[in-house]
Design a protein around this ligand. Sequence first.
Ligand SMILES: Nc1ncnc2c1ncn2[C@@H]1O[C@H](COP(=O)(O)OP(=O)(O)OP(=O)(O)O)[C@@H](O)[C@H]1O
Length: 280
Amino acid sequence: MSAQERDADAATAPGADDEIIVRVRGLENRFGSQVVHEGLDLDVRRGEILGVVGGSGTGKSVLMRTILGLRTPDAGSIEVFGIDAIEADDAGRSYIERHTGVLFQDGALFSSLTVGENVEVPLKEHYPGLSASLRYELALLKVKLAGLPADALDKLPSQLSGGMRKRAGVARALALDPPLMFLDEPTAGLDPIGAAAFDDLVRTLQEALGLTVFLITHDLDTLYAICDRVAVLADRRVLAIGPLSEVERVDHPWVQSYFHGPRARAARAADSANTPALEA
Ligand SMILES: Nc1ncnc2c1ncn2[C@@H]1O[C@H](COP(=O)(O)OP(=O)(O)OP(=O)(O)O)[C@@H](O)[C@H]1O
């Protein structure tokens, strides 16, 4: 489905995507005198792939880390699954953790553990009563879901290619069947074919498992190929959020140079080329 078709779908689907899974209001993040976020509002809707873009240093990763509870903001509120993520007690925090998968930029796999053992880490932590054989079977299932061959299970991360390591990270992020997934620049460092295959994987998983995806990216091809909406971070806040067709028209210097440069034209052309011709 092309970006244009998805835009039209999103606009017409009756109440299909109007439930808010992550709600950020008035967020402020400072490092000393540097203000990264100020008055930042953001909603992530159930079942969407939200692409988060912005110039280098605009605070995309800091935003993700704050939503994940890895950083306490200087002001503002964050709700995840309706739970106050900043003030949550242990039970609330554990609920959010169990229902959220994360793929960090570097994959963040344990290098001394096999892929299978990496996938088993969250299972062991959250479901200590599971038998070793069931854990193994679950890890195998996640590895296959992430598009890896079964024999990847017993390999160390260093024995895999960069693209396969990302998939191993996805397998681990899927370990607890989370409805919400955070991906930080998942196609960075992949060749164009590997990046397109990874985009396909994200879209397939989102459709098959009904995932909600918060996806930080610099990759225009990813935006055009799989994102339902795009949030632009600029001037310390979410400057614009909506379908690509709306966001790319926003009159802001960064938006204009990002969405209307030569790389954007190429990505748009590639997306249109994948759109089947409409029957007369
Ligand atoms: N722990 C920290 N201590 C001090 N400054 C930090 C810290 N973490 C992030 N920053 C600063 O916050 C700003 C936003 O960083 P962040 O990594 O979120 O940017 P980004 O939008 O993800 O950038 P990029 O696209 O280059 O990855 C940067 O100026 C960075 O130096």
